[in-house]
Design a protein around this ligand. Structure first.
Ligand SMILES: Nc1nc2c(ncn2[C@@H]2O[C@H](COP(=O)(O)OP(=O)(O)OP(=O)(O)O)[C@@H](O)[C@H]2O)c(=O)[nH]1
Ligand SMILES: [Mg+2]
Length: 248
């Protein structure tokens, strides 16, 4: 069971308990944008995963409310939040997960998250080395499962976040290690503090949104070209037939 929360600018926050659903609309774009044209609404499903107590909920709440409230409990939830970015309505659906108790559950969760998410934020705490190892495993798990399901390049974009930067005097994971992991695993990387400021959190979410949009554009690419070729052939085919009819 996952708590689902919706928040739109200018509306009251509603809260409902329901089972986990695939809330992504076709190709991440709502029916309104397909039928009515601009302004388009874009949906981005983002899953936050990582070890216990690394700040997944703190990052989510900071992004949604700009606030750091300190204690968050351990409820798994999906929050929806819409914003206008570059003249487009962007709806973030954020799955704030809890750390799985064992390997079997971890595998099962990743399968569900891969079905749902357009992108992942993998969080560790810079003062907790074991949480960094969890992120290393999660990258491997995500890449492995995605490859089995959809071939190479099938993993949604991933951003690795080293959180709790304000506690750098207690650091056990260097920035270089974080950056190197991201580089070798082809992920984005941010080292931030949910406690200290909003800006870094915003950059991480928006960085992932950019990657999601690039991935969608790439997926659309060949189909788009095929579509153009098809319509060009239709037009030229029709012209040839018209010319033939005229001669007959
Ligand atoms: N100093 C500091 N503390 C943080 C930061 N982010 C989160 N915390 C604290 O770390 C603890 C855990 O934060 P949560 O956001 O609940 O972590 P979580 O990953 O959601 O934990 P689970 O849901 O239990 O897996 C809380 O006491 C937070 O106040 C940060 O950037 N700096
Ligand atoms: Mg949490």
């Amino acid at each position: 069971m996952v708590v689902r929360e919706s928040q739109r600018p200018g509306t009251k926050r509603s809260r409902a308990m329901e089972g986990l659903q695939r809330s992504r609309t076709m190709e991440g774009t709502s029916p309104r944008s397909r039928s009515e044209g601009p302004p388009q609404r874009v949906d981005a499903n983002i899953a936050l995963i990582g070890a216990e107590d690394v700040g997944k909920s703190a990052l989510t709440v900071r992004f949604l409310t700009r606030r750091f409230i300190g204690e968050y409990g351990d409820i798994e939830s999906i929050h929806s939040h819409c914003d206008m970015i570059d003249g487009r309505e962007i709806c973030f659906n954020i799955w704030d997960s809890v750390c799985p108790q064992n390997e079997g559950i971890a595998d099962h969760n990743i399968t569900k998250q891969l079905q749902w998410a357009d992108g992942f934020i993998l969080v560790y705490s810079i003062c907790d080395r074991s949480s960094f190892s969890v992120v290393e495993q999660q990258v491997r798990r995500l890449r492995g499962q995605a490859r089995t399901r959809g071939g190479p390049g099938a993993t949604p974009p991933i951003i690795i976040v080293g959180n709790k930067r304000d506690l750098r005097h207690r650091r056990t994971v260097s920035s270089e290690e974080g950056r190197l992991l991201a580089l070798t695993a082809d992920c984005g990387f941010f080292e931030i503090s949910a406690a200290e400021n909003y800006h870094g959190v915003l950059l991480a979410f928006h960085g992932l949104l950019e990657l999601i949009r690039e991935t969608r554009a790439l997926k659309k690419g060949p189909a788009g070209i095929k579509g153009i070729v098809r319509s060009v052939s239709a037009v030229f085919g029709r012209r040839r037939n018209d010319a033939k009819d005229a001669q007959d």
